[in-house]
Ligand binder design. Structure first.
Ligand code: HAM
Length: 481
């Protein structure tokens, strides 16, 4: 038997032991993401799973852990050095430049859902193939753009009923502010040269800011009393950060300032943020992101500002399960046909196709198993209705629909099945609309808007009906003659 390599996992319809691997939960989250992206005005971008290795060296930074330790890099048969993408930002910016998207307008709001590959030590919550929902908002450098991006992931988490999450917020300022801070930080860290971890000692020269991000317990202690970037911001950087905080407060999005948050990728400036959950253990970050105004130019494109985030879908699912939020149901058929003989089987087969063409989730039993076994199966897949079809039903042209929840039975002609199942499929929508309409109007504007919409839709319906009536009359006339 072949075994899956370490650090990766299968997504199967339902995984009872580790439910976060169930595809029905993942699909639900992805569907919510697509709805959210549409509402926020983001459009999908898909880039290949591998790129030239140098894109990440240049984009993410040669000194970052991701590039120096974690990339899956290989030579293809044409001797090109390629890497499986460890993250989504550099590929999206490469595609943005290569497809000359800047020529299509000033603002570009892009999102993606897909796998990323990092050769990390595999642990709970850390995988060698993980999946990210990411967004990249290109073209606007205002604090409003930063807060829109943060509010987007916050909205998703609210919809998924996640709670007790903290938005950790920091700024790493512009280049001038960082240069000033780097000198002060280096001066401070040099006092502890002999106590720093090997990795941090190397970074002391190349990129001391990254030491703030070190996971080494000894480094962490030293970093606790290190100078704060917030004291080295120039006026422009400070103003940007203050406005981000004001706007987050305006939207009532709670955040904590984490002045040691620098993020492990080289491209950031100004706002950086993470969303963490107390329930995830060591790898507690659900989301990481920030502003990266210089990256597009560095990669050979126009000088445009940008802001984005990447959210780990596995960690979102794991947090949902830990917090026992309301979960969706697995797909279930609305109707399940059980034919009792070959003739009935043929009729059910044709009916199933007709109903499916009309968009109704129908299944039927092909197997000719014993009736009680088939009923058990219908129960297991949680069919809402079951119709048993035998010679009697074929003769009368009617089926008995059994409501599997209430046990109630009703006799329905074959030709009414489509309409009845449609009514049944849409019932939650009617209820939702009814509930919405049942709420009292708070202001006269709400009421007049509603009346206006209603009367215009009545007019539209009237005119459609009139047109239909005319068309029918014409047809009758044609047929009669
Ligand atoms: P990142 O912080 O490296 O940022 O990754 C984003 C999220 O992906 C993390 O917060 C985490 O939830 C998830 N993640 C990362 N590595 C793993 C792993 N090995 N196993 C499971 N989940 C993981 C980026 O990748 C940036 N490109 C984000 C960004 C977009 N910044 C601006 N735009």
């Amino acid at each position: 038997m072949y075994k899956i390599p370490p650090g990766v996992f299968d997504v199967i319809p339902e995984d009872e032991k580790e439910p976060w691997k169930s595809s029905y939960l993942r699909t639900f989250v992805e569907e919510e993401i697509r709805i959210l992206a549409k509402e926020f005005g983001y459009e999908e971008i898909r880039t290949p799973l591998f790129e030239r290795a140098e894109l990440f060296e240049r984009g993410v930074g040669e000194g970052s852990d991701i590039v120096s330790k974690e990339m899956y890099t290989f030579k293809d048969k044409g001797d090109r050095l390629l890497s499986l993408r460890p993250e989504g930002t550099a590929p999206v910016i490469r595609a943005f430049i290569e497809n000359n998207m800047a020529a299509q307008g000033n603002i570009h709001k892009l999102f993606y859902i897909g796998p990323m590959f990092r050769y990390e030590r595999s642990q709970a919550g850390r995988y060698r193939q993980h999946h990210q929902f990411g967004v990249e908002a290109i073209g606007n450098g205002d604090p409003e753009q930063d807060v829109e991006v943060i509010s987007m992931i916050f909205t998703l988490f609210k919809r998924l009923h996640l709670s007790e999450l903290s938005v950790c917020l920091n700024t790493i300022g512009d280049k001038e502010s960082r240069d000033a801070f780097r000198i002060a930080l280096k001066e401070y860290l040099e006092q502890y040269k002999s106590d720093l971890s090997e990795d941090s000692l190397k970074r002391l020269e190349s990129n001391p800011l990254r030491i703030l991000d070190s996971k080494d317990p000894g480094d962490k202690k030293i970093v606790e009393s290190a100078p704060s970037i917030l004291n080295y911001l120039n006026e422009k950087s400070l103003k940007h950060f203050e406005r981000v905080k004001e706007l987050l407060s305006l939207l009532q999005i709670p955040f904590v300032i984490s002045d040691k948050l620098v993020r492990g990728l080289d491209y950031y400036n100004h706002t950086v943020f993470e969303v963490v959950s107390g329930q995830l253990g060591a790898h507690n970050s659900l989301v990481g992101g920030g502003r990266y105004d210089g990256l597009i130019k560095t990669l050979g494109g126009p000088d445009l500002p940008a802001m984005g985030f990447g959210a780990g879908i596995e960690r979102i699912l794991q947090t949902m399960l830990k917090q026992t939020v309301p979960l969706p149901e697995r797909n279930r058929p609305l109707l399940f046909f059980i034919p009792l003989d070959d003739k009935a089987k043929e009729k059910c087969f044709a009916l199933t196709y007709t109903l499916r063409c009309a968009g109704i989730p129908v299944q039927m039993d092909f197997g000719g198993r014993k009736l009680n076994k088939t009923m058990q199966y219908a129960d297991k897949i949680r069919a809402s209705y079951v119709a048993i079809v035998g010679s009697d039903e074929l003769e009368k042209g009617k089926v008995e629909l059994k409501n599997m929840q209430t046990g109630h039975k009703s006799t329905v002609p074959f030709e009414s099945l489509e309409r009845i199942m449609k009514i049944e499929a849409e019932k939650t929508n009617y209820l939702k609309t009814l509930c919405e309409l049942n709420k009292p109007f708070h202001t006269s504007e709400e009421q007049s808007f509603f009346v206006e919409q209603l009367s215009s839709s009545i007019k539209e319906t009237n005119s459609v009906t009139k047109n239909l009536a005319n068309a029918l009359k014409n047809m009758e006339h044609i047929i009669e003659n």
